[in-house]
Design a protein around this ligand. Sequence first.
Ligand code: PLP
Length: 451
Amino acid sequence: METDTPRGKEELLELDRKYVWHHMTAHNDNPMIVASGEGSWVTDVDGQRYLDGMSGLWCVNVGHGRKEIAEAAAQQMMTLAYATMVQAHIPSIELAAKLNKWLEGEYRIFFSNSGSDANEVAFKIARQYHHQNGNPTKHKFISRHRAYHGNSMGALGATGQSQRKLKYEPLGVGFSHVPPPYCYRCPFGQTKDSCSLQCAKAIEQAIVWEGPDSVAGVIVEPTITGGGMIVPHEGYLPMVSQICKKYNVLLIVDEVICGFGRSGKKFGHHNYGVKPDIVTMAKGLTSAYSPLSATAVSAELYATFQQAGPTSHFRHINTFGGNPVSCVVALKNLEILENEGLVGRSADIGNAFRARLTPLLEHPHVGDIRIFGSAMGIELVEDQGTKEPATPERVAQLIAACKSKGLLIGKNGDTVQGFANILTLSPPFSSTDQDVEFIIETLLSVFQTTP
Ligand code: PLP
């Protein structure tokens, strides 16, 4: 693809410095200006190629440069660029039906723009459901520390990372947090052998302490991804699901990252055999070719919104949610995932990481390696015995070393708590064997040459 631009790099940087407010950075004087992408690779304005080891922000799951998606979008733009979701349009009908197949259950689909939106919608639906189902006092939500659920006031309220909240509080009210299922640093001091899933029981304790009559829902990601790839014990989510049922608390599963194959199955919760009341999704829904998110609500919950009365329906609207072009993009994206067997490919990539990268555990600064589908976290420590988190300088050095060899990776955790020490990778599922080999060889060589 053409990477030439009418403006030179220096001029672009000057304009960027003057006008652009970058996300999550104080000031970015010298950002990488990405010009194009093809498959798992992106190219900057200097023509330098990098393997996009994070699929952008855990989202470009079918890889860059998919012409069939661009063509479908262009066709839809020429046919019908926009209709409201008060009306109906063909792409949203087709997509809602398709999502039901992917979810393997009967769900109503409410479309929005972003993952944060999808979670806000979930919270409002949960509260209104209880209100209209004879439990008007149920309004609180339980989440976990280290979880990320979005940037808007409610979704940030649900988020359990202090660095994202400072100076924005108070946020949406009614959110409380319990310790995460963090086996490497078990908050309950247990080991694999002594584990009795106290992290799941902590959710029951929180419901009891808050008062079951006041708790509307529990929100969980199948694996905490952005909070540092915290993969739970396999019994965790089933136990959380049982606890929710016991107290008539809705289980909201945030599949914004884990959904659409990242977990190695269609959805992250399919790994655990649970049936959520509400599933939220975004990123991989369109592989980020166009913004779109969805909140899938069980048929049982939806029935409550069919009652007669001026305020019984879900009184929520947004302009762009369910945009026909985005829906067509999502349909094409799902078709690619199906036709190319990319959900299974995602699992295969994770298995290759597991098989080849386990020796990294011998490196003095690698504390733990956690893999869920094709998403991987490498937890860096100063000392394997004390598990003291690696310094920001050490983390930055490894990321820079990967970049210098042409591999883009991420880091996650909580900077305020001193735990931004987890390197993250979530490459496109369409990565070729050579791409996967490149990732593995680059990581091995970077750790070998970085004491
Ligand atoms: N939920 C999870 C698990 C996420 O990782 C994210 C974003 O990274 C969100 C929600 C919010 O999605 P968005 O950035 O599209 O608002």
